[in-house]
Design a binder for this molecule. Sequence first.
Ligand code: ADP
Length: 180
Amino acid sequence: MHVEVNGTTLRLVQGDITNQRVDAVVNAANSSLMGGGGVDGAIHRKGGPEILEACKKVREEMGGAKLPTGEAVTTTAGNMPVEKVIHTVGPVWKGGDAGEYELLANAYRHSLEQAAEHGLKTVAFPSISTGAYGFPIEEAAEVAIETIREFLENHPDTFDEVRMVLFSVDDLQEYERALM
Ligand code: ADP
């Protein structure tokens, strides 16, 4: 399923984030930037050690600090068939009263800002925070779609395509509902 928003295609597909032919993929990282499970593990496995080296450099540049939740940074994609990986940290779900919705929106917004700054025209996102971080998929889908749509409305001619890559059919259906 796809829609056009201000000249950009917003597309929903079922698939693996590491197999997308796009300019940039977004990593559902954790604030250590040192790798993990889920999407993070898959991207580091496919991209190889160059990505971890680049993440270490980013941490050094931040004086050793962790990447705050909702922020995003860009690195090489190593052996992945894309130009860049944008690492963002989604919120851990704590019941919904700990700023999770705003933090999740920030993760999408800041990732899109990174892509725009680097001149990357096609960007693929996984479903941030809905795996190990436990964000309910229905709410997460609404935040993701709303945030991306608003960004595209405010930034015409910035991207050719923004793609949400959902791992399961069930997740794809949740995002389709949010897009309708
Ligand atoms: P988080 O820690 O932000 O919750 P996860 O990586 O644990 O991130 O999961 C985020 C979502 O990505 C989950 O819905 C999970 O099913 C999905 N996912 C896991 N591996 C992949 C992959 N290779 N490609 C696309 N989506 C994936």
